[in-house]
Design a protein around this ligand. Structure first.
Ligand code: SF4
Length: 477
């Protein structure tokens, strides 16, 4: 089953400006959320979809902006949480006169598909977003309005979702799931009186729009000639903002739930330093790129020199990409192979390496090996995120337990035993993880309003008790 995390955008210009150049720029500013495919949709036309990075199509931007000229449009960058990376699975999708772009994961899509007459799914060729769109269109034909359809659909659908929709009558809509798993913000560009909704405020900044506010969990916003109208399709007050967004996924410039991601990461580093005051270290280095602010905060808190001991080669084919969200293990290894240590900085030092998460252990292992080759005397690795022990069914790609570095072959184990197993596997002299309380405090969001399911295994915010499947069953690979 194809299930999406990704980045979404919706634009509506009240003064009739062609928003396609802004749409392309905003998608580029969300590229860190998905690097496999991208697409745009305007009313009364089939969506345009392309594989790879948005920038790979730069030579066509002018032509695309002319051919798809519109004052109302939505767009999408794709990162597959489940399902293969191919053009059929790229978005936006169109069902009847409704185009849809989705960030999140719908975990009960087989059930949902029965409500739309059933579909034949394979992990390679089906989409939870398509099923949602079909069900929405069918509910709208019974109830008339998107808001009423969503308030029914939310009871049938389990998962995380931020949607942008576009209808053939030139309206743009944005909806965020009742728990607020994934981020979504709205903004306005005064110069051309254009509203924008996007997964993150980095997309707003890229087009010169100012942030108005977060889209509320359970809110549906409609943009049309009348400006914007808003309604709540859910009155759920329990929140489950994804904590992983703050340590890894989101862009450092983004503001979400009242917190700036860069400052939150720096604070996470400061709080980590209180938990692990390794004062005998010579140097603190980040794993590029997301861990940089946390490493800086950590070093400043303890008064230990901060330096860049690892450089990412940005000129190789995969150099600019993020390894974790690459869909294939071989690509992740290839990216990590091009993180190169600086011997003159590392040699003969006790180095504290700060990383934003340790999921499969692929990059940690490669980095520690490289640091040893560069002559590090002692390597202490600190992870700004707690032990990831359970699959995520809310939009991040670790769908099976067996692929996680913390997997203990089903043996009941303490956190200390798990940490020791991972430390041994990756080859570090010391390994320390953050904990949810420390992390929530540093981010500044109450612990109970955040999701830590991948650490706790408590799926109650999704209302499920899952039976874990293998990656092959989930992704067909
Ligand atoms: S399970 Fe983990 S990665 Fe998934 S939404 Fe919750 S915190 Fe985020």
């Amino acid at each position: 089953m194809v299930k999406e995390n990704c980045g979404v955008v919706g634009l509506f210009s009240l003064d009739g400006t062609n928003v396609i150049p802004m749409l392309i720029d905003s998608l580029r500013a969300l590229q860190h959320r998905g690097q496999e495919a991208w697409g745009i949709a305007i009313p009364k036309k089939d969506p345009l979809k392309k594989l790879g990075l948005v920038s790979a199509s730069a030579s066509e931007f002018k032509k695309i902006a002319e051919e798809y000229s519109s004052y109302a449009a939505i767009g999408h960058v794709r990162y597959s949480t489940i399902g293969r990376s191919n053009i059929e699975n790229a978005q936006p999708l169109k069902v009847k006169d409704l185009c849809i772009a989705h960030n999140g994961t719908i975990s009960n899509v087989e059930e949902l598909s029965n409500l739309v007459g059933g579909c034949t799914f394979t992990p390679q060729s089906s989409s939870d977003t398509l099923v949602v769109a079909q069900r929405l269109v069918s509910l709208m034909s019974e109830n008339g309005k998107l808001g009423s359809a969503l308030s029914l659909l939310k009871n049938e659908m389990i998962g995380s979702y931020c949607f942008t929709f576009l209808s053939d009558d030139n309206s743009v809509f944005a909806a965020r799931d009742p728990k607020g798993f994934r981020p979504m913000v709205m903004g306005h560009k005064d110069q051309n009186n254009t509203y924008i909704v996007a997964s993150e405020s980095s997309a707003l900044a890229a087009v010169g729009a100012k942030l108005i506010r977060d889209v509320k969990p359970g809110e549906l916003i409609k943009f049309s000639r009348n400006g914007f109208e808003t309604e709540m399709f859910s009155d759920d007050t329990q929140r489950a903002h994804c904590s992983f967004e703050f340590t890894y996924f989101a862009h450092p410039s983004s503001n979400m739930e009242g917190s700036n991601v860069y400052l939150a990461r720096k604070k996470i580093g400061q709080f980590l330093a209180k938990k692990f005051p390794l004062k005998d270290a010579d140097l603190v280095i980040p794993v590029p790129d997301s861990a940089r602010p946390a490493a800086l905060g950590f070093a400043q808190e303890l008064g230990i020199p901060f330096d860049e001991g690892l450089m990412k080669d940005r000129y190789s084919k995969k150099g600019p990409l993020r390894s974790f969200i690459e869909p294939h293990q071989s690509d992740r290894i290839e990216i990590n192979r091009w993180i190169i240590p600086i011997t003159e900085i590392i040699s003969d030092k006790h180095v504290i390496v700060i990383d934003d998460s340790l999921v499969r252990g692929t990059s940690s292992k490669a980095i520690i090996k490289a640091l040893r080759r560069a002559g590090a005397r002692k390597i202490s690795m600190l992870i700004t995120y707690p032990q990831i022990r359970f699959p995520c069914y809310a939009g991040i790609d670790f769908p099976s337990q067996e692929e996680l570095a913390t997997y203990m072959n089903g043996k009941e184990s303490s956190l200390e035993e798990i940490t020791e197993k991972v430390r041994n596997d990756i080859g570090a002299d010391f390994l320390g993880y953050n904990d949810p309380e420390n992390l929530a405090k540093a981010i500044g969001i109450p612990h109970e309003s955040m999701c830590f399911t991948c650490f706790t295994g408590d799926y109650s915010s999704l209302g499920i008790k899952p039976t874990f499947k293998t990656r092959l069953e989930m992704k067909g690979e």
